[in-house]
Each structure stands twice: as C-alpha cells, then as structure tokens.
Design a protein around this ligand. Sequence first.
Ligand code: AP5
Ligand code: MG
Length: 306
Amino acid sequence: MSALFARPSLPAAARAAVRAPRVLARAFGGSSTSQKALPFSLRGARESTAQADGGVLRMLMFGKPGAGKGTLSGRLVKKYDIVSLSTGDLLRQHIAERTEVGRMAEEIVATGGLIPDDIMLKILTSRLDLLHNKHWILDGFPRTLGQGKLLDDHLRQRGTPLSLVVNIDVADEIILSRISDRWVHLPSGRVYNLSYNPPKVAGLDDETGEPLTKRPDDNPEIFARRLEKFYASTSPLLSYYAEQAGNGTSLVTLKGATSDEIWPQLENVLNTSFPTLKERADQKRKGSLSEAVMARAEGDSAELVR
Ligand code: AP5
Ligand code: MG
C-alpha cells in the first residue's frame, strides 16, 4: 500500500485483526427477530436479496447530504451485528490526522467537491476488504457512476456482490432545516442534532464525553453546492441500481420526514430480507462508525480466539 493510502492510526488490537483477517470470518446462526409481513413494494427486495450467498447483508445507504444516512447507519450498528463504513468519516479522520490523503482532501471536502474516484476506491477498499463475511453498510460510497462501477467490479472479483441499496428519500427543504443544528463527534462519526437527537450534556459526546464540533462544510453556501453535486453526479446511480435489480442487488426507496417514519421501514426490510442478522447482546456497546468498525472487528476476533 502506498503512503498515500496509509490508514489513520488504528487501535492496537484492530491492527492485530488486520494481520489476522481470517479470524474475523464467522458463521451466522438463526435470527431472533420476527418475520413481519412486508409492504408490497418491498417484496422484490425480499425475494432477490440475501438468498444467493447465505444472507450476508452488503448494503449501500444512499441519499442526499443530510438525508440521515449517518444517523440511520449508526442506529443499525448499535442494534444489530453490522459494521458501517462512512467515506465522509474516513476522510474527516484523515484530515484530522494530517495524513497525505487528508492534506489532499481537506479543501475539496471543505468546499463541497468530490475526491477523485480512484483515490476514493482505494481509501474505501483498504477498510472494506478486512470485513470478509460480516454484514456491512457503506455510507457515502459510491457517489458517482464511476465509483459504482468500480465498486461492483471489485466486489464481483471477490465473489461478494452488493445485496441491497436503500435510498433514503427526504425533501430538500427538510434537509436544509436540519443542517444548521447538526453537531458531530469526529473520532466516532456519531451525529447529533440540537432539535432531533441532542447530546445528553450540551456540546459533549454521550459515550466519551469528548467535545462535539461543527463540520466546516455545514454552512448554507457549501451545503447548496453539496446538494447540486448530489443531483449532478450521485443521483444517476439510482437508475444504475434499478437496472441491476435482476442481478441480485435490490433497490428499495424509503420516504419520510422523520425518523419515526423511516426507521421502522428500514428495520422491516432488513429483518425480512436478512434473517441471519442478529441483534447485539449489548446494544449500548458501540455506536457507529469507521474507527468503531475496527474496534468492533477487534472485539469479534477476541471473542473467536477465546
Ligand atoms: P459525507 O460525510 O458523506 O457527507 P454527505 O453525504 O454530504 O452526508 P451527510 O453526512 O452530510 O449527511 P447524512 O445523510 O449522513 O445525514 P446525517 O445522519 O448526518 O461526505 C462529506 C464530503 O466528503 C463530501 O462532500 C465529499 O467532499 C467527500 N466525500 C465523501 N464520500 C465521497 C465519495 N465517495 N467520493 C468523493 N468524495 C467523497 O443527518 C443530518 C442531520 O439531520 C443531523 O443533524 C441529524 O441529527 C438529523 N437527522 C437525521 N435523521 C433525522 C430524522 N429522521 N429526523 C430529524 N432529523 C434527523
Ligand atoms: Mg453522514
């Protein structure tokens, strides 16, 4: 791996997991979750996902900036035995640690642009390839048709194609009203909103007590640019995935203005299409996201080694 793609620092045991990736592979048993009836629009997802290769969830969380991708991924990771990778979080970690990728990406991210496809693929796959048979979610990747095709090629070569694309469809005016209230915990990617899900103590992360920060790209002018980029470069991926439906990757669109509307729909899709997905025994143990993924991998390898 070139210096450009060196990862930001990992916890020691996560580095051990990287050295012994096969230890992470695990078989999933039956689910304790109930089989609920699916709305008609989701039946296609149930029929064509999951069955081809033992029901491993390999999912894209797709949507506009501010649609709630990070929030919903965080909830899934907290409740279920799933790991999540957010390319935005990975880039923010690189930027915070002043790595070569971080120095290259800083201005592009701050001005709402997109990092080149080939660089993004390497940043992502350097983490994704460690996950093997785990259930996983990608948040923020792919973001262009080029990235979508690169990802498909990469996954097909490894025999692990995507199983599900979930499109979170929220109106622009709702999103714009959310962004000014968003605060994030940079090391974990945990997301807070002063009106929707405020931290227990103002300005501090619930789990670590560390300070929350504002993202530099969360101001009205840059946000408008990110939304434009979404319509110009990212939204064409929806037709691309709609065309893939016959090849085993399902596309499901979930609409809503609030979490109360979207979260139960999302759980319903996952529980019915991926019956091997297990709830975590200790659901307070982890939030999301990228570094937490590695910490989680570390925990799993420790469990299996014992
Ligand atoms: P990234 O970090 O991925 O940003 P994004 O896609 O613009 O998405 P956001 O993180 O802003 O929104 P989200 O959907 O996660 O919403 P959230 O859950 O926070 O990428 C940042 C930058 O990195 C890009 O602009 C680009 O420069 C670069 N980049 C990243 N990936 C790249 C790639 N693949 N290729 C090239 N460049 C790349 O929710 C938003 C707010 O709403 C929060 O305050 C939340 O609390 C609140 N909220 C969420 N859900 C609800 C709800 N249901 N009801 C009420 N409020 C809610
Ligand atoms: Mg996000």
